[in-house]
Design a protein around this ligand. Structure first.
Ligand code: FRU
Length: 491
């Protein structure tokens, strides 16, 4: 096959399809030692088209093996987004009393005799660890002619009531359905017409319970992605709600107008979590599509288009009375580290920036920054041709930002070149950043992951150096580690 380590923008430690188009992660389930990652895929083109489910598996969430396409469109339509579960007790009857994998997804076509899109929920099952899939003969299993946007089912087992729950995106709200056999579904309730952000259509929901700061106190988290709106410069983005869920109804803990963002960067969409990660592990791990509908079909890659974020461990934390999500790449990613360069108590002044040559290496940069001085600090990823991606912190505005306006190729979309960021409050006068740099992305996690910024960049030439500097005044780096990382495409 192609040498994936040779293509200039090909991610070297993020999943990307060997060829052609990828969007949302789908059918994420852990089964018999493998993490399955399926995804919206057009096997015939590098732009969006008739959707299939592509498929990859990993034993460690680091290295991925691409398998043949899992789901192909049939007489019911294209295969839009959805989830997968292990049917441990053969509730569906697909497994002759044994167990296996069931995928629950949206079949998308057009109503006969009209132009109106038709979206209906369907099933497919696998008896051989996901290597082959059968579309259920009774498809579709849930439809509603009243509603047009009706898609992206996420299904999980609700222990407390002994039901499967389906969380479904319905345009401007979420609906919850219940089932005992995955085939027959009863409407339970709806949520969200007046909650959260609504500048675009709601898509790709997820719902799960997490403990707060590792204690016995728990909350439910509802993820809801919001599609692009031509009038909204940020494009597609993912929000979340914190609340309670009793098997019937989701109750928002916050005021309806509260908006919480999963990621404040531009390129993390449709993130959802793995099902069936064993209880003794207990982790809730998500992955997102590292792109934005604003320019997803235009990003300047050649033989493929679209990649996933790093898999991220989610937690809840109480900060000043507010329960919020935090996220950090799963610890397995640290296996990629090769060489580590470390510094402590480094003074940075405008005459004396910290400069570290990297020669195109893949990087993890960990910084513990003292921001008492009040001067803006910039971490610049520089490549020849005057290109630079800046990760900066402005203590005066308490603002963490990425500036990708001179990062490399930007002219494929008027929305791509930008400087944007998020509020970040120092803790004891310090901020901590962990930054992963792949060939076409930077992922920034601040203060244990309470703020995340994920941005694509297309730097034209390999990153040659990391420069940490202040424009005026001074700053202190309590700690700095620069790790070089290995590529998952090389043995
Ligand atoms: C989200 C989405 C889903 C839909 C899929 C189609 O990015 O629009 O709502 O199922 O992509 O590819």
């Amino acid at each position: 096959g192609t040498d994936l380590s040779a293509e200039s923008y090909r991610p070297q430690f993020h999943y990307s399809p060997p060829a052609m188009w990828l969007n949302d992660p789908n059918g994420m389930v852990y089964f018999e030692g493998e993490y399955h990652l399926m995804y919206q895929h057009h096997p015939g083109n590098t732009v969006w088209g008739p959707m299939h489910w592509g498929h990859a598996v990993s034993k460690d969430l680091v290295k991925w093996e691409t398998l043949p396409v899992a789901l192909v469109p049939d007489h019911n339509g294209a295969i839009f987004s959805g989830s997968a579960v292990v049917d441990w007790n053969d509730t569906s009857g697909f497994f002759d009393g044994g167990l296996g994998l069931v995928a629950i997804f949206t079949h998308a076509d057009i109503y006969p005799d009209s132009d109106r899109p038709r979206q209906r929920q369907s099933l497919a099952y696998s008896k051989d660890k996901g290597r082959s899939w059968t579309l259920y003969s009774g498809n579709p299993i849930l439809s509603d002619a009243e509603i047009t946007e009706f898609r992206d089912p996420k299904v999980f087992w609700m222990e407390k009531t002994g039901h499967w729950i389906m969380v479904l995106a319905c345009g401007d709200h979420i609906r919850f359905y219940r089932s005992v056999n995955l085939k027959d579904w009863d409407f339970a309730s709806e949520f969200g017409k007046r909650d959260g952000a609504h500048y675009g259509v709601w898509e790709c929901p997820d719902l799960f319970e997490l403990s707060i700061d590792g204690s016995t106190s728990k909350k439910w988290v509802l993820l809801v992605s919001i599609g692009d709106n031509p009038d909204y410069p940020e494009g597609s983005k993912t929000q979340y709600f914190i609340g309670s869920f009793d098997g019937f109804e989701f109750i928002n803990d916050n005021a309806p107008d509260t908006v919480l963002w999963l990621d404040e960067g531009r390129d993390n969409y449709a993130a959802v979590s793995w099902s069936d990660i064993p209880e003794e592990d207990g982790r809730r791990v998500i992955i997102g599509w590292m792109n934005n509908w604003k320019y997803a079909n235009q990003v300047p890659t050649a033989s493929w288009r679209g990649a996933m974020t790093l898999p991220r461990l989610l937690s809840l934390t109480n900060r000043n009375g507010n329960v919020i999500l935090s996220q950090m790449p799963v610890q397995e990613i640290e296996k990629l580290r090769k060489e580590t360069h470390s510094w402590s108590d480094l003074a940075v002044t405008s005459e004396n920036p910290v400069i570290h040559e990297t020669n195109g290496d893949l990087l993890e940069i960990d910084v513990d920054l003292d921001v008492h001085s009040g001067d803006e600090v910039c971490i610049k990823l520089k490549s020849s041709g005057q290109y630079e991606t800046i990760i900066g912190y402005d203590p005066e505005r308490e603002w963490l930002f990425i500036d990708r306006s001179k990062s490399g190729l930007t002219d494929f979309s008027p929305s791509f070149a930008c400087k944007h960021g998020a509020r970040l409050i120092p803790e004891n006068g310090n901020i901590k950043l962990r930054i992963w740099v792949d060939r076409s992305v930077v992922e920034v996690f601040a203060n244990d992951g309470i703020v995340a910024l994920t941005d694509q960049v297309f730097p034209v030439n390999p990153i040659e150096k990391v420069q940490i500097s202040v424009e005026t005044g001074s700053a202190v780096l309590n700690l700095l580690h620069i790790h070089t990382l290995g590529s998952i495409h090389k043995p």
